[in-house]
Design a binder for this molecule. Structure first.
Ligand code: PEP
Length: 245
């Protein structure tokens, strides 16, 4: 049985004070929920203050990226030990915005995934097709290439620590959600690509305009094990409603 994971990707939103206020309000609203995992991924400056604010609650902390080196002359990057020390348990890797605006490739995604695992952070690897790719009917080919590139060289034990997020790019921040059937088709396809020893254990999250109104029918699908939520995770009330779908 896979425990659902509801993960809020706050992207480049909220100051430190706003982040602490948001997570404190969320903590009140999701108190006592223990049959699913709740994760928030704030900006780097807010990581430690949010970690302090969620101490003793059922909310976990994640980062939005990780660099593969441990330290050194890599201006603007943040390493695994730094994220670990800030209180992170998870890290999002290969989000489509990273691929689109910051030149992330399957190869760099793979390096970041390996770095996360090296420093005992749980990677959430994002894959997903653009609208153009869906219209050209190459969704499965794109997702397969991204998935295989992202998990290349991982051992069975490492794969068991990994979460995949299927995020159709055309559904991110657009208000357009993949229908539960469209999402399930790709989720089942992704599960089928995973090695037999891990495929029933690895969680596959859906991401793309998930909201309190559509979460229930998405989560009813067999291969959808949670959500990676952007916009709706920025309002405590909405994110709490998603968590308690
Ligand atoms: C995301 O950024 O991962 C995402 C799914 O965003 P939104 O929920 O806003 O579509």
């Amino acid at each position: 049985m896979r425990k659902p994971l509801l993960a809020g990707n706050w992207k480049m939103n909220k100051t430190i004070d706003e982040s602490v206020a948001l997570v404190s309000e969320l903590a009140e609203k999701v108190k006592g929920v223990d049959d699913r995992e709740i994760l928030v991924c704030p900006t780097y400056p807010a990581l430690k203050p949010v970690a302090d604010a969620i101490a003793g609650t059922n909310i976990m902390l994640g980062a939005q990226n990780i660099f593969w080196e441990e330290k050194g002359a890599y201006t603007g990057e943040v390493s695994g030990p730094m994220l670990k020390a800030a209180g992170c348990k998870y890290v999002i890797i290969g989000h489509s915005e990273r691929r689109q605006y910051f030149g992330e490739t399957d190869e760099t995604v793979n390096k970041r995934v390996k770095a996360a695992l090296k420093y005992r952070l749980l990677p959430i690897i994002c894959v997903g097709e653009t609208l153009e790719e869906r219209e050209k009917d190459v969704t499965k080919k794109v997702v397969e290439t991204q998935l295989k590139g992202g998990i290349n060289g991982l051992t069975t034990d490492e794969l068991l620590l990994t979460t995949i997020a299927y995020e159709p790019v055309w559904a991110i921040g657009t208000g357009k959600t993949a229908s539960p059937e469209q999402a399930e088709e790709v989720h089942a396809f992704i599960r089928g690509l995973l090695p037999a020893e891990v495929k029933d254990t690895v969680r596959i999250l859906y991401g793309g305009s998930m909201n309190p109104g559509n979460v229930k029918e998405l989560m009813a699908k067999e291969d959808i094990d949670g959500g990676l939520i952007g916009g709706a995770s920025l309002k405590a009330e909405d994110f709490a409603a998603i968590v308690k779908y």
